[in-house]
Design a protein around this ligand. Structure first.
Ligand SMILES: [Zn+2]
Length: 207
């Protein structure tokens, strides 16, 4: 197997998921991008309305931004593992206690892509933390947010519904925190159905 991997690497050397340059066998990003990501500062705040706290591992720029794009549009699943590793290493312990609930993707978007970045990240993180994974939220209406102006996105919050009784303590997971309107809608649906403490953890945050 190893010989096959080496042969494959010689024929098609692995490329950095962030910058596209060649990188070490088995690595997701090159040394330079790895260093840049390591230098990025995590962000902790009160978070959007309805949340108790929000933490992001980096601002949505540079390498972090390229990785969000790689996961969302190029479906590079090892990127979800790298994101989960970074969150596990850097997030304060109080942000990682509770049940993991992925922010739901809009159904049309999910169908078009065939996979869901937030769900991938949530799964990878739950595995690392040994935390329960409870995908109890769903989303209706699903108009695309990408390309819409910020004011328009805030003006039309997504319709989020919770199936059954959600966990009492929730860690909402998404790849990137943008306006916070989606997180607020998630928190509302969770609290109405009995959640007490809700924090959000995202890989990146748009400032
Ligand atoms: Zn790179």
């Amino acid at each position: 197997m190893e010989i096959l991997q080496i042969a494959a690497a010689v024929l098609a050397p692995p490329l950095c998921a962030a910058c596209g340059r060649s990188c070490r066998l088995g690595a997701v990003v090159c040394t330079r991008c790895g260093r840049r990501l390591a230098a990025a500062e995590p962000l902790l705040s009160k978070g959007p309305p309805g949340l108790d706290r929000a933490w992001s591992s980096a601002s949505h720029e540079g390498v972090a931004r390229n990785l969000v794009t790689a996961l969302k549009f190029r479906r590079l699943l090892p990127v979800a593992d790298l994101m989960a590793d970074r969150i596990q290493w850097l997030a304060p312990a109080h942000m990682l206690s509770g049940s993991i609930v992925p922010v739901p993707a809009a159904p049309p978007r999910l169908r078009r892509r065939g996979f869901d970045p937030a769900a991938e990240l949530a799964g990878a993180l739950a595995e690392r933390l040994g935390a329960p994974l409870e995908p109890c939220l769903s989303r209706r209406g699903g108009r695309r947010q990408v390309g819409k102006r910020r004011a328009e996105r805030i003006g039309h919050p997504p319709q989020i519904h919770s199936a059954g009784t959600p966990p009492r303590s929730v860690i909402l997971i998404d790849d990137v925190l943008t306006t916070g309107a989606t997180l607020t809608a998630c928190a509302k649906a969770l609290r109405v159905n009995g959640a007490i403490r809700i924090v959000a953890v995202t890989f990146a945050r748009r400032l």
